[in-house]
Design a protein around this ligand. Sequence first.
Ligand SMILES: [Zn+2]
Length: 68
Amino acid sequence: MKTLEVSKCPVCDELVEITNVRAGLEVECPDCGEVLRVVSIQPLKLYYAFDPDEEPLPEEEHRLPESG
Ligand SMILES: [Zn+2]
C-alpha cells in the first residue's frame, strides 16, 4: 500500500511530499532541489542528505600571493 506523507524542507520551508516514507530515505526537494534524508518518521523530519559539517566540500587551494 502506498502512503504519502509531507514534511517541511529544512532549506526553503516548502512542503515536500514523500511516498512510502522510511528512515534513511532520500528525497529531493521539488522547490530548491536540495537532497534530503528522512532522519525521523514519528514525527516526520527531513535533514540534508549531505551534512556539510560531516563531510566538508574540498576547498579550493589557497595560493599564497607571489611576492617579489
Ligand atoms: Zn527546499
